[in-house]
Design a protein around this ligand. Structure first.
Ligand code: ARG
Length: 296
């Protein structure tokens, strides 16, 4: 099967890793409030189109051989489709989300209930945080965003939950209010050369954060403003196949040049809520795979 592992003739070897993810069908999706600049409650949304587009993302993941778990959508929680915000899961522990805005707050307990019912130990959050929207595992460390949603106190909290290095990054542009709108993790597990790479949008970060990113990721892909403006960085990689917004054409070429296999998908309807591919995808990092480790 051509999509499980490959060796590019020019670039480094890329290996697809099997992912286990959680998704939520947008049965009750709409834009009825405004908590980010992408949302326009007065403009119409088409729920059945959102469901169709989401289904095409699901089908791509299914064809890539991912294990896909589903959480039941809840009427009245239109943003629940953005499963990445429902928590952060690693080492068999789910650190629950505590949403900034009241409109989304009931999602926190709903996701925590799912985590508990599915064999995970739930760490109840004290601090405001929006799960994998702002926390990204890269190698052994957790990159953590703040500035718009997750508070920096949650960075200390997640560090104590997992006992891992947590790297604080400050977001400065309200259009890129979650870390996963400004950084794409390209290697969910270390690549053949032992490193884990990312792509990012420079203008989304303050100078100290940029200095950290440049030092830690000298080979990162620097995304174009044009691609970022359609949330092109909000993508999901298995280490070889990278599911991206179909319109992110610069990113497509940058990925190919580095030996990845970009797969485009159109989630235009979900972009009206301010989310893309990654927002719809929560990585469950099952224990014993990749960079997850059993807890003592
Ligand atoms: N309307 C949602 C919000 O503003 C969109 C969340 C997008 N999710 C993400 N992981 N960036 O909270």
């Amino acid at each position: 099967m051509s999509n499980t592992a490959t060796e590019s003739l020019t670039g480094p070897v890329r290996t697809a890793t099997k992912r286990t993810i959680l998704m939520c069908k947008p049965t009750y999706y709409t834009v009825s409030y405004r908590i980010n600049p992408w949302m326009h409650p007065d403009a119409p949304t088409d729920t059945s189109k959102a469901v169709e587009q989401w289904q095409s993302l699901y089908d791509i993941y299914d064809e890539l051989g991912f294990d896909i778990a589903l959480i039941d959508p809840i009427d009245g929680l239109p943003d629940m489709v953005y499963a990445a915000n429902g928590g952060f899961v690693l080492d068999g522990v789910a650190y629950g989300a505590k949403f900034r805005y009241p409109e989304r707050q009931p999602e926190g307990p709903a996701y925590m209930e799912w985590f508990g019912a599915n064999g995970l130990t739930v760490a109840d959050p004290v601090e405001t945080n929006e799960g994998e929207g702002d926390f990204l595992l890269v190698g052994d460390a957790i990159l953590a965003g703040t500035g718009f949603r997750s508070q920096s106190a949650s960075h200390a909290e997640i560090a104590s939950v997992y006992g891992r290095e947590v790297v604080t990054l400050n977001l400065i542009n309200p259009n890129f209010y979650h870390l996963d709108t400004a950084i794409a993790v390209l290697d969910p597990e270390p690549a053949a050369d032992g490193t884990s790479n990312i792509a990012y949008l420079e203008s989304a970060f303050d100078e100290p954060s940029l200095a950290i990113l440049r030092e830690r990721f000298p080979d990162a892909i620097i995304a174009s403003e044009a691609d970022a403006s359609i949330l092109g960085l909000n993508s999901y990689s298995d280490g070889f196949n990278v599911v991206i917004a179909a319109r992110a054409t610069d990113f497509d070429q940058q990925l190919r040049a580095k030996g990845y296999n970009p797969i485009g998908v159109d989630l235009s309807e979900l972009l009206l809520g301010g989310g893309g591919v990654k927002c719809c995808t929560l990585d469950l990092h099952p224990v014993g795979t990749g960079t997850s480790r059993a807890r003592e």
